[in-house]
Design a protein around this ligand. Sequence first.
Ligand code: PGA
Length: 250
Amino acid sequence: MSEARRKLVVGNWKMHGSHAANEQLLEGLRAAGPLPADAAVCVPFPYLAQAAERLARTALQWGSQDCSAHEQGAYTGEVSAAMLADFGCRYAIVGHSERRALHAEGDQLVADKAQAALARGVTPIVCVGETLTQREAGETEAVVKRQLSAVIHTLAHCAGEMVVAYEPVWAIGTGRTATPEQAQAVHALLRAQLRAATPRADQMRLLYGGSVKPDNAASLFAQPDIDGGLIGGASLKAQDFLAICRAAVR
Ligand code: PGA
């Protein structure tokens, strides 16, 4: 079952980079040669063209960090899934905890964004995860299930097409990673929830995100329901990102 799932490692550059700095980073990634995992970088919107140009004819793919829920129209500042598809985006992160917290994105909006992406052939990477307060209150399971259930319900028979990323908010950018056992426990819950919703659950990739580094990636990726990672800080250095990709040996 799990052997059938090739690992996926996705870089989330967040709001970092410049044309010049990206040239170096993308060049470092291009030079990598074959990797044992599928890999992609999710870059800020203005740099999609640069990523598309530099990563063309490599095994690496690229994507965005958000996607509008709307098709087109008077939505100043938003970027539609059709536009992402124009730039060859393979993935769009939706519902990252920074967007949920800083832009008040709720479960239904996240689900609508995932649906808009899928409708244009862009695979949504749907992020779920609890805050430290929620974990300490014993609410982890309820929170991630509620977040995932909104997306499952909205995508309906297409739910099996998404990628899910479990990112405990307390582990993002803090250097405090969930232990492999903590992460696996939540991934197993999410997998069970997906099994009840789609026959594709065992082929779906569930990523872990939150302070993944070259030295902890292998133990996380060795867990049966962890199919790769969503990598923030460590994706900004080609060598670190590639080391994490190479940790995906299974
Ligand atoms: P981090 O970020 O790897 O810097 O913790 C992960 C993320 O927010 O996707």
